[in-house]
Design a protein around this ligand. Sequence first.
Ligand SMILES: *Cc1c(COP(=O)(O)O)cnc(C)c1O
Length: 385
Amino acid sequence: MNPKIAHFILQNNPVTPCLIFDVDEVENHYQLLRQMLPKGRIYYAVKANPAMAVLKRLVKLGACFDAASWEEIALCLEAGAQPNSISFGNTIKKVSAIRAAYGAGIRLFAFDCREELEKIAQNAPGSLVYCRLLVDGYKAEWPLSRKFGTTVESAHDLMCEARTLGLDPYGLSFHVGSQQLSVEAYEVAIARVASLFEELKIEGVNVRMLNLGGGFPVSYADDVPSIDNFTKAISNTISRYFGDVWPEVLLEPGRFIVGKAGVVYTEAVLVSARGARNGVRWVYLDIGRFGGLAETENESIRYAIHAWRGVESDFYREKESDLAPVVLAGPTCDGADILYEKAHYMLPQDLKSGDRLIILSAGAYVSTYCSTSFNGFPPLAEYYI
Ligand SMILES: *Cc1c(COP(=O)(O)O)cnc(C)c1O
């Protein structure tokens, strides 16, 4: 447990549910990734957590930004980011958004099909563009790939076409899926991009940027390979294919930068045996699938959840013998609002209604996935400390 966050809870006893977020952790993770891959330029994926405090800290550190909408671009600009540090990385953009971005000085756009390329050519003439490739999701716990990206063959034609349309065919990108546990996913994707790089160079296309996307995992209930496993594999693979003359390398981490920085403080609204003979209690929290924990869908992201014992410095670890199995669910009237039924969650046997709990590593993809007022519940309160 982050001691600064524990201290904040003890001092303020905030109303639950809320996200408490240590902005210094953003800096720590940003610097760590920079150290591990000094040749890469970091474009923080704003969607992971677009809080102004996060964006401002990253601006101060010299980060760049991967934005998915005009609204996210506007947030980055408001935080002080320069237009040339922002990439409009969504391959699905409204024409009005492309125009607004271009008007604000954004000159870097992603695409994965002819239609989108033409939209960019018309509404952001002369801009730098990069084509997103379809890659295998491997062991991504929150996969993205099926929805985005195109084949190597089609990317080849589209990059040539970009030049014809008066755009600058700047680079190629992929995203191996979020919470990716396999370094091999990056190795295979880089190999695929490298061969296309060669082919495009032969065609005389001035392709010079490789965008590795995000996907770097953080530990939740289970540990994950540490970041150096990924950065070493990435470095080695790029060097294998490009030698000493690397293309410009962009990274778009979201989860890795903010995931560890946030803790959700929550209350057990009800602890119920529900007449079950197997002794499995149902614990209904005041946050669920619709309160921000959307990534529990299919029990994909398994958060570490513990009873809050009010201990400031060292995180209280329950004794195994004091724990008993639970099903975890949210507070809404929706039957889909169950967090974990199959995953084996254990909480103290003496847990009762009104007790507080903490959900660790909740800094990414929680605050924004929260519904506005389903069942009348207000959006998740957020504290950036
Ligand atoms: C969501 C997203 C990211 C961030 O992914 P993480 O797994 O959170 O690192 C990066 N790039 C693009 C294009 C994305 O859609």
